[in-house]
Design a protein around this ligand. Structure first.
Ligand code: SF4
Length: 355
């Protein structure tokens, strides 16, 4: 039997205090939680979109070391910014951070705006992030609904509404708003934290350690695995590519990607659509200089949100080149060029080859 919110009432209201007490005692001491500085919360929230906390920590620390405040972010060069974002993907998010920082400097004299309605006007900030910043940093009565919250909510109420639908998100948002305590920011963080560490997405939820299990219908019926209900993901488009890694004097070529499309403005190894035959590879390789030999390197598949790049790489050893200016050492690439994760495996194998 499947219950939902309308048949089960607002039992989550009864466990709000348990949830907050649990959060007070168990919350993870994350760097952006040490103060309620909106700059820290903002950067962490943008980094955490699609990436797990453990993976974000080192990026966050590196970012804060170099860009400790809104003013430094507003002034940073784009290549440097993308370099700091390297590995996180979704590079437009980094560009939007800078755009927003420039607006905050000009329109708000460098002080982060305090209200949801002002924050949501900033580039790259949607409802979720505006709610998170305004509730956590400024105590506004706003609710954050992310995947963690939806999972906890639908399990708690045995609610089989499809969470891929905006209407479900709105229903959850409205219900949480109706039971939101005065500690709105802590409540939002507590629900998200519960979804991250207790009511986990993969594997068995830790119901016996869950502060709200006394009222949870999934716990009572042992049917957590039925929730949340969501659309089945479509297959990703597959793109086959051939990657060439020219090598001359322990240096290689990376070039800036065209201004539009996926990973635009970032750097890449020369690459070509489709599988290339030996003859074609040689012809392409000669564009970089006098070819000594070509060797097959690794194949690597990189998965994006909607696409999959299946890449086969080749090392192109050159005796000489007529485009010396295009070659860089590995150190130069690592220090100065934002190379997306799609291409970093090739850099690792190149390091082994020329060391
Ligand atoms: S009791 Fe279990 S299923 Fe229910 S919210 Fe807690 S962890 Fe999730």
């Amino acid at each position: 039997m499947c219950y939902n919110l309308t048949t089960y009432g607002d039992c989550m209201k009864d466990v709000v205090n348990e949830l907050l007490n649990w959060y007070d005692k168990n919350k993870r001491l994350l760097p952006w939680r040490l103060d309620k500085n909106p700059y820290h919360v903002w950067i962490s929230e943008i980094m955490l979109q699609q990436t797990r906390i453990e993976a974000v920590l080192s990026y966050y620390e590196r970012f804060m070391k170099e860009l400790p405040d809104i003013s430094s972010l507003a002034k940073v060069e784009e290549d440097r910014l993308l370099k700091l974002w390297e590995g996180l993907g979704y590079y437009n998010r980094a560009r939007n951070l800078k755009k927003a920082a420039v607006i905050i400097m000009e329109k708000y004299h460098g002080e982060f705006p305090h209200t949801y309605s002002q924050i949501i006007q900033l580039p790259g900030i949607g409802e979720y992030t505006a709610s998170a910043i305004s509730s956590i940093c400024f105590g506004e009565r706003e609710v954050t609904v992310d995947g963690n919250v939806m999972r906890v909510f639908t399990r708690f109420y045995n609610d089989s509404s499809n969470i891929s639908k905006e209407s479900t998100k709105k229903m959850i948002h409205d219900h949480l708003l109706s039971i939101l305590p005065s500690r709105s920011g802590d409540f939002n963080e507590a629900l998200m934290e519960l979804g991250e560490v207790v009511c986990i997405p993969n594997g068995i939820p830790k119901c016996l350690s869950c502060p709200i299990h006394s009222k949870c219908l999934s716990f009572q019926h042992s049917n957590y695995y039925q929730f949340p209900v969501k659309d089945v993901k479509r297959d990703k488009e597959e793109v086959i590519m051939t990657v060439l890694i020219p090598i001359w004097n322990d240096k290689t070529i990376v070039r800036k990607r065209k201004d539009l499309g996926l990973l635009h403005g970032l750097y890449e190894f020369p690459n070509y659509l489709g599988v290339k035959e030996e003859k074609e590879i040689l012809l392409l390789a000669r564009k970089f200089g006098c070819v000594e030999r070509v060797e097959k390197s690794i194949s690597y598949t990189h998965v994006f949100t909607h696409k999959k790049w299946k890449m086969q790489a080749y090392f192109v050893f050159l005796k000489d080149t007529f485009c010396q200016d295009m070659f860089y050492s590995i150190l130069e690439i690592e220090n100065s060029f934002p190379l997306p994760t799609a291409f970093t495996p090739f850099l690792y194998v190149l390091k082994e080859v020329i060391k």
